[in-house]
Design a protein around this ligand. Structure first.
Ligand SMILES: *Cc1c(COP(=O)(O)O)cnc(C)c1O
Length: 467
């Protein structure tokens, strides 16, 4: 053993070897040394417990070192292929940005900008003016304010207008949005007192009216987003709440959730509040997310009457909620696309995926399946209809007919197969249904098809060949 130990080369001698060439060009020497030392420690340990009977080849040491370095430098946040058919998949990052929004981010991050600089006056300006023009154009709201996400928007509205006072809200709308975001929890944190009215399934205008007292600061309506009450139900429309608010001089706030800006004829019975339509009713405040149906970056958008938005801008906490310039650049570029709805549906990935036609999805599916079959003829792979979901707490009961394919691996379980493709360099996230691994083409991007085919062929040949 002593003899073996003494045969392990010294770090500095090792590093002189030809074999390091590719690696020393790619990685800093301190990182290489650290990783190499760890590899050599392991070699010594293995020799000690008799697991190694000889000193490994230099090429093996180099390979092992590079593997260690790769583990350190490979980014934690990586791109994945979403084959789940859930379009606004919160766990997979919600919305993909349009080309123009990406270009706007690149531009704003590689140059100085007039973020808080007034170019006409030549002095300090306001970072919130940037999305203001397009938002007021699209919604006819008087003013707007952008924060980090809609949860922050809810907090800011309530904290500014109702701290220590009462907010009237229907019991049927005190929802949990997911990821432990509960409307009543945020309301309490904001310092507002919740005045619940009505019942889970039915709330009437008179319930709101009876709850009004000298402590009432706000009437709030929340879009229930991810769930539906069906059957014996009743809720009060925002325009009726607005009339009530006017009668008593109380502002009315509607948290609409998703940020739908153009009607999707695809879904005739749309339950999602349409932002321009709601805003044009003259609601005092409306807030929604930037990265749900709107299809932009993560943001919370508050629009409404100038007097209320001004108060929010003056809230000392607003600075802790303010978005960065990249978000503002991407949001403005996304909103600009909505000036032409047809263009928005083509260029904003969220809308494009939502409205993709069945023949188009079928054609792409067949192209993918053909390419896989060519390389793995004996595998059990089928193309067929599937159902997509909107996700992000929008259209909760809607199953959108879609097209995709599925495989049933022969030599491993579906669970094992799903785990393997999730561990690929570009992980593929799929669903398991009826003992098959299902891939929905709707959420697979066109430029991902090649990698998808290449990786699935590799895995199928490894885990599914007949031999
Ligand atoms: C999603 C949602 C929120 C939270 O929005 P984030 O942008 O995810 O913070 C708040 N309210 C409603 C009604 C929602 O649907």
């Amino acid at each position: 053993m002593q003899e073996l130990m003494s045969k392990i080369p010294k770090v500095d001698t090792l590093l002189q070897k030809e074999e390091w060439k590719g690696i020393s060009e790619k990685y800093p020497s301190t990182l290489i040394k650290k990783a190499l030392n760890e590899v050599l420690d392991k070699v010594r340990e293995d020799i000690k417990n008799g697991k190694l009977l000889d000193v490994p080849l230099i090429s093996d040491i180099v390979a092992e070192t590079e593997k260690k370095i790769r583990e350190i430098v490979s980014p934690g946040l990586r791109k994945v292929i979403n084959a789940t058919g859930v379009i606004i998949h919160t766990n997979l990052g919600r919305s993909l940005l349009s080309r123009t929004a990406i270009d706007a981010i690149v531009d704003a991050s590689s140059h100085y900008t007039n973020l808080e600089y007034d170019l006409t006056k030549g002095k300090r300006g306001d970072r919130y003016v940037h999305c203001l023009k397009i938002l007021t154009e699209l919604t006819e709201a008087e003013d707007a304010l952008i924060v980090n996400n809609n949860a922050a928007a809810v907090y800011l509205v309530l904290n500014t207008l109702a701290e220590g006072k009462e907010v009237i809200v229907s019991r049927g709308e005190l929802v949990e949005i997911g990821g432990s975001f509960r409307i009543p929890d945020v309301m309490r944190k904001s310092g507002a007192k919740i005045r619940e009215v009505g019942t889970t399934n039915r709330t009437y205008l008179r319930d709101y009216e009876e709850a009004i007292n000298e402590n009432t600061a706000l009437i709030m309506k929340v879009h229930t987003s991810n769930f539906i009450v069906k059957g014996f139900t009743e809720d009060v429309k925002s325009e009726d709440l607005l009339l009530l608010g006017r009668k008593y001089g109380i502002p009315v706030y509607y948290d609409t959730g998703s940020g739908l800006f153009c009607p999707l004829q695809f879904f005739p019975d749309t339950r999602e509040p349409l932002i321009p339509f709601e805003s044009k009713k003259g609601l005092d405040i409306v807030s929604f997310s930037g990265d749900k149906l709107l299809g932009g970056p993560q943001a919370g958008i508050i629009i409404g009457k100038k007097m209320y938005v001004e108060l929010m801008k003056k809230n000392p906490f607003v600075r802790a909620l303010r978005p960065d310039k990249l978000t503002l650049a991407a949001l403005e570029a996304t909103l600009l696309l909505y000036l032409d709805e047809e263009k928005a549906k083509k260029e904003i990935p969220t809308l494009r995926m939502l409205t993709a036609s069945l023949p188009y999805l079928k054609k792409r599916t067949q192209r993918i399946v053909r390419a896989i079959r060519k390389e793995c003829g004996s595998s059990d792979i089928l193309s067929h209809g599937v159902y997509s979901e909107v996700g992000g707490g929008s259209f909760p009961d809607l199953k959108i007919p879609s097209y995709g394919f599925s495989v049933r691996p022969k030599r491993v379980s579906v669970n094992e197969f799903e785990r393997v493709i999730r561990g690929l360099e570009v992980p593929i996230i799929a669903r398991i249904e009826k003992e098959r691994v299902v891939f929905d083409t709707r959420t697979i991007q066109e430029d991902e098809e090649k990698i998808l085919v290449r990786e699935l062929v590799k895995v199928l040949n490894e885990y599914d060949s007949d031999e």
